[in-house]
Design a protein around this ligand. Structure first.
Ligand code: C5P
Length: 223
């Protein structure tokens, strides 16, 4: 198993999927699960900062998460929300939703079950998120904390958004990246931080292929 943590906009998702394909492994995007709960919260008309109501929504939400790196996808209550989870409203709501203790308890339990299922399969599983090495799988044999400068991350996110037909500007994305960094690293439950035994990889000056190559080297060096 590979645990891949880090802030928004490092290209983590693309890197994790490519790595999983190269290793013939499963792939789990834990951020998509928090985003899907944020969709459920918005659909229910609940205030994303109302921790009690958000917890109730999460209790009643049924998630089915795909672990094929070629087409991961996520289904909420029978409805494929893979595209909706990337929208700006959801991106805004997901930080407070993911800071709710009960939401984290539910999703971490579900993530551990998915990992337990996949960990003994041939290629294992690549899991990406914010707290995989620290909370979800503290015993993961390889933990990587992927990071890059805020400017580089904002530039990449903007390009990605525009390519997907979502309008955005570097300034707005940079503000969002900074807001989420602050929110995610200062929350009380499972704040974003590198595990003590994680390898830190700064990919400010690396492209996608270079980042995946560096990760494959790490996997190989761990045997
Ligand atoms: O990775 P992504 O940007 O899709 O994650 C969306 C949000 O979900 C993050 O900003 C963070 O608030 C939350 N998250 C989390 N723990 C994880 C994965 C994501 O709190 N393991």
């Amino acid at each position: 198993m590979v645990a891949l943590d880090g802030p928004a906009g490092t290209g983590k998702s693309t890197v994790a999927k490519r790595l999983a394909m190269a290793l013939d492994a499963r792939y789990l995007d834990t951020g998509s699960m928090y985003r899907a709960i944020a969709v459920a919260v918005l659909r229910a008309g609940v205030d994303p900062t109302d921790e009690v109501k958000v917890g109730e929504v999460a209790d009643n939400a049924k998630l089915v998460v795909g672990t094929d790196p070629e087409k991961p996808g996520i289904v909420l209550d029978g409805d494929d929300v893979s595209v909706e989870i990337r929208g700006p409203e959801v991106t805004l709501a997901v930080s407070p939703v993911s800071a709710a203790r009960h939401v984290r308890e539910l999703l971490v339990a579900q993530q551990r079950a998915i990992i337990a299922d996949a960990v003994d399969t041939v290629g294992g599983i690549v899991v990406e998120g914010r707290d995989i090495g620290t909370v979800v799988s503290p015993d993961a044999p390889l933990k990587v904390y992927l990071t890059a400068s805020a400017d580089a991350r904002a530039a990449r996110r903007t390009k990605q958004d525009n390519a997907a037909g979502r309008e955005s500007t570097v300034d707005a994305v940079l503000a969002d990246v900074r807001r989420r960094d602050t929110y995610d690293s200062s929350r009380a439950v499972s704040p974003l931080k590198a595990a003590d035994d994680a390898v830190e990889l700064d990919n400010t000056d690396l492209d996608l292929a270079g980042t995946v190559g560096a990760l494959l080297d790490l996997v190989e060096s761990r045997g």
